[in-house]
Design a protein around this ligand. Structure first.
Ligand SMILES: NC(=O)C1=CN([C@@H]2O[C@H](COP(=O)(O)OP(=O)(O)OC[C@H]3O[C@@H](n4cnc5c(N)ncnc54)[C@H](OP(=O)(O)O)[C@@H]3O)[C@@H](O)[C@H]2O)C=CC1
Ligand SMILES: N[C@@H](CC=O)C(=O)O
Length: 439
C-alpha cells in the first residue's frame, strides 16, 4: 500500500451490508481519510447476479461473479467479505491472507467454522483478519474481549446476540404480532440471514457464541459442541403466560467456565422483566460479561441492519489500514485463537445434559380428573421438583398446564417431557425453555 495512493477495496457481496458499506464510504470519505491518513475507495465487488436492480447501484465499480477473481486482482489492497456462508467465503479469505491482503469480515459462520485455521494463517502472514461485525452487529464486543479485557479473566457471558429473533419476540410481546408477520418484517428490514431459519433455529446465535466464547475463554469452543435450541414451538401463548409470571421470553446465548470446562448453550429462555437483558428490545443486542477483575460489564446496541453493521465493518477497515501502515503484526490477542505458538485444542465441554437450570414446560392436556397429579407424578419420579404450576382454561378441550421447575439437570427434564408426551391425556408438549435469574 503506497502511502500516496488510496486504499482500494475489494468487496465480496453487495447486499444489505455491502450496500451500506458503499454508502458510508461515500458519505464519510472525508472523516475516514482524515482518521486513517489514507483515502479508502471501493474498487471491485463480487455478486451472484450483477444485473439485479439494487437500491445502491454498482456504477463505477468493477463487478465480478467470482469472489476469488476479486481477491487475485493486484489492484485490490484490502478485502471486505460480506457475502455470508462458509464457502466460497472461507477460501476467498484464506487466499487474501496468503497474498498478504488484510481482511475484514462480518461472517460469523466462517469465523465459527474456520476461525482457528484463518486466524492461524493471518498470524503466520502478519496480516490483520478483523471480524467485529460478526458478533453483535454494531456493538463493540470482539475488540473489548480481545483487547480491553486482555489482562482480566472472563468467567461468564450471557447475551442476546440475534437481532432478528429479538425483534420477533418484541413484536409478539408488545404488539401481539404473529410470529410469521414479525419474521417477514425483520427480513424486509434486512436483519435476517439469507436463509432466516438460521436465525430462528438459534444457529446464527450459536455461531456468534462459539466465536465469542472461544475468545473469552482462550480455547476453541466448537460450534457442534453447543446445546442449541431455537424459537420453534414458542407461541404467542408462551409469551402471554411468561408475561403473567412476570417474565420475558428471549433467545439467549450463555457460556461460563465451570472448573476448567466450558458450559455453553443457546436457546429460548425466560427472564424476570426487571433483568437488564429483558429490557433489550427490537433489533438490539446486549452482551453481559462477568469478569474476575472488572466485575460485570454490559455491551448494548443495534445487533443487525445495514448501516449499523457497516459502521463496525468500516471501523475494522480503518483499524486494518492503520495497523498495516504501522507494520504491526496482528496484536497480542488478535490471532491468539489459537494462542500464539501453541497448537490449538478444543475446549473441554460440560455435557449439556448435566447442566443445571430451571425450566418452563407447557403442555396441552385433556381436562380430566387426576391429569395434574399424573403429570406431576412423572416429574417426581425423575427427581425434578416443581416450583410452580398454572392451569389455563377449564373444561375446554384441551387446556394448558404450565410448569416451572426448580433447578434440575437438562437430561432429567428432557426425560420428564418425553414421558409426559406419552400420557393419553396429553395432546401436545411445547419446547423446554430455561428460566434464568431469580423469579
Ligand atoms: N444483515 C445484517 O444485519 C448483518 C449481516 N451480517 C453478516 O454479513 C454478511 C452479509 O449479510 P447481508 O448483507 O445481510 O446478506 P445479503 O444476502 O443481503 O447479501 C449477500 C451478498 O453476497 C452476494 N453473494 C452471495 N453469495 C455469493 C457468491 N457465491 N458469489 C458472489 N456473490 C455472492 C450476493 O449477491 P447478489 O446480490 O447478486 O445476490 C449479495 O450481494 C453475512 O455473513 C451476515 O451474516 C452480520 C451482521 C449483521
Ligand atoms: N441475522 C443476524 C444478523 C446479524 O448478525 C441477526 O438477526 O442478528
Amino acid at each position: 500500500m503506497a502511502s500516496d495512493q488510496p486504499i482500494r477495496l475489494g468487496m465480496l457481496g453487495f447486499g444489505t451490508v455491502g450496500q451500506a458499506v458503499a454508502r458510508a464510504l461515500q458519505r464519510r470519505a472525508h472523516e475516514i481519510a482524515t482518521r486513517t491518513g489514507r483515502a479508502i475507495v471501493l474498487h471491485r465487488v463480487a455478486v451472484r447476479e450483477p444485473a439485479k436492480p439494487r437500491p445502491v447501484a454498482l456504477d463505477g465499480l468493477h463487478v465480478h461473479r467470482s469472489p476469488l477473481e476479486v481477491v487475485e486482482q493486484p489492484d485490490v489492497d484490502l478485502l471486505i467479505e460480506v457475502m455470508g456462508g462458509e464457502e466460497p467465503a472461507a477460501s476467498a479469505i484464506r487466499r487474501a491472507l496468503e497474498l498478504g491482503k488484510p481482511v475484514v469480515t462480518a461472517n460469523k459462520v466462517v469465523m465459527a467454522r474456520r476461525g482457528p485455521e484463518l486466524l492461524g494463517m493471518a498470524r503466520r502472514r502478519g496480516v490483520p483478519l478483523l471480524f467485529e461485525a460478526a458478533v453483535g452487529g454494531a456493538v463493540p464486543i470482539i475488540r473489548p474481549v480481545q483487547e480491553s479485557l486482555a489482562s482480566d479473566r472472563i468467567l461468564a457471558l450471557l447475551g442476546i446476540v440475534n437481532g432478528t429473533t429479538n425483534f420477533i419476540l418484541t413484536e409478539m410481546t408488545d404488539a401481539g404480532a404473529a410470529f410469521e408477520a414479525a419474521l417477514q418484517e425483520a427480513q424486509r428490514r434486512g436483519y435476517a440471514e439469507a436463509d432466516p431459519s438460521a436465525d430462528v433455529s438459534g444457529l446464527d446465535a450459536a455461531c456468534k457464541l462459539s466465536v465469542l466464547a472461544s475468545l473469552a475463554f482462550d480455547r476453541w469452543v466448537p460450534l457442534d459442541r453447543l446445546d442449541v435450541r431455537g424459537l420453534e414451538g414458542i407461541t404467542a401463548r408462551d409469551v402471554q403466560y411468561a408475561g403473567e409470571l412476570g417474565l420475558a421470553v428471549k433467545l439467549l446465548a450463555f457460556s461460563r467456565l465451570r472448573d476448567d470446562a466450558i458450559e455453553a448453550w443457546v436457546g429460548p429462555a425466560l427472564l424476570p422483566r426487571r433483568h437488564p437483558l429483558a429490557q433489550v428490545r427490537g433489533v438490539n443486542n446486549a452482551i453481559w460479561l462477568v469478569t474476575e477483575a472488572a466485575g460485570e460489564l454490559m455491551f448494548y446496541g443495534p445487533g443487525a441492519g445495514g448501516d449499523p453493521t457497516a459502521a463496525a465493518v468500516l471501523g475494522d477497515v480503518m483499524d486494518a489500514v492503520r495497523r498495516h501502515a504501522a507494520r504491526l503484526p496482528t496484536d497480542s490477542r488478535n490471532g491468539s485463537w489459537p494462542v500464539a505458538g501453541v497448537e490449538w485444542e478444543p475446549a473441554r465441554m460440560v455435557e449439556p445434559g448435566g447442566a443445571l437450570a430451571r425450566f418452563y414446560l407447557r403442555l396441552q392436556v385433556l381436562d380430566r380428573p387426576g391429569v395434574l397429579a399424573a403429570t406431576a407424578d412423572i416429574f417426581g419420579r425423575h427427581g425434578v421438583s416443581i416450583e410452580s404450576v398454572i392451569q389455563k382454561g377449564r373444561g375446554e378441550d384441551p387446556v394448558d398446564l404450565v410448569f416451572v421447575t426448580h433447578e434440575a439437570p437438562l437430561a432429567a427434564v428432557e426425560r420428564v417431557a418425553a414421558q409426559v408426551r406419552e400420557l393419553p391425556v396429553v395432546a401436545w408438549t411445547g419446547p423446554l425453555v430455561r428460566v434464568v435469574g431469580g423469579a
